[in-house]
Design a protein around this ligand. Sequence first.
Ligand code: MRU
Length: 355
Amino acid sequence: MKIGGKNYQSIWRKQHTIFIIDQTQLPQNLVIQQIRSAEEIARAIKNMHVRGAPLIGVTAAYGVALGLLSDPSDKNIEFILKILADTRPTAINLLHALKRMEAVLKLTPLTDRVGAAWVEADKIAQEDINQNLSLGNHGLRLIEEISKYRKPINILTHCNAGWLATVDFGTALAPIFLAHKKGIELHIWVDETRPRNQGLLTAWELASNGVPYTLIVDNAGGHLMQKKQVDMVIVGADRVSANGDVCNKIGTYLKALSARDNHVPFYAAVPSPTIDWQIQEGFGNIPIEERSQDEILMNSALSTKKKYSLHGVGHPNTLNPAFDITPARLVTGLITDKGVIQPISSTTMMQLKQD
Ligand code: MRU
């Protein structure tokens, strides 16, 4: 996608160096970070220099390739897989990418492992681009359908599931970018997405591509739906269980509840590697990451980076779950790279698995 007229991906490589856009610096500064070791990759994922389920998976795959440069032994592979797997617990794309790398490397003789690792990591990255483009085209057809009745179409999105969360194009934003390119009149409601304000990344992506949007606080969505100012909701996903429960950024569930109460269609954009076929349902089975209290106590969007405090009694207690689970019954459809399906029907989920 474009930044200031120039094409970028969120991650790329030149020989044995990985380049990422440091997302903790956006949207204020565009900082390109070079990475040359598996340990640095692990830190970049953990500290959210890269974020978003598909991008986390691809970055980890490159981490494996970097880690092998010094030592391609089985023992080192195990070590690298562990430090990368321990970075973030919720997005399943991370474990899927690591399992793929492990499977290939186990079958490859020691002397060929470095080359094989780069080939496989590049493949995972390219597949992500293709999946998002395909998913985008399926989502575009939904938007085209609604655009017959609503002009402009008002779409609400939560967190950042744009190109920054993937290698390119994005998941939830892919249909939006394609619809905009096709000349369909759109307006996007962008949830701020406290505590880390990923909505600002979404706003930045939309602005850079000329898509009209309005930034709103997280709690405004229900109100706007009651006023009939939202025609559809599209969010991304970090992990979807076999029955179609959608785990996504904290606050997604509340959007789905409001959407159901107001008869607004609620879609999740889900590339294949985001589906966890090993677990039947989301509740109790998907680990929900709990992040630092600083994310709540320090509001990075405020110019004064002071910690909140309760006067005289110190800091408030905090709890910072980063994701929640929206049950399949509240999801109108999953926009996947293989088509749009209704998760509520287990037959369609099984069909998707077999394809
Ligand atoms: O904690 P993050 O920023 O990595 O979480 C990302 C999300 O939850 C996004 O909403 C998303 O849809 C998954 S990535 C396409």
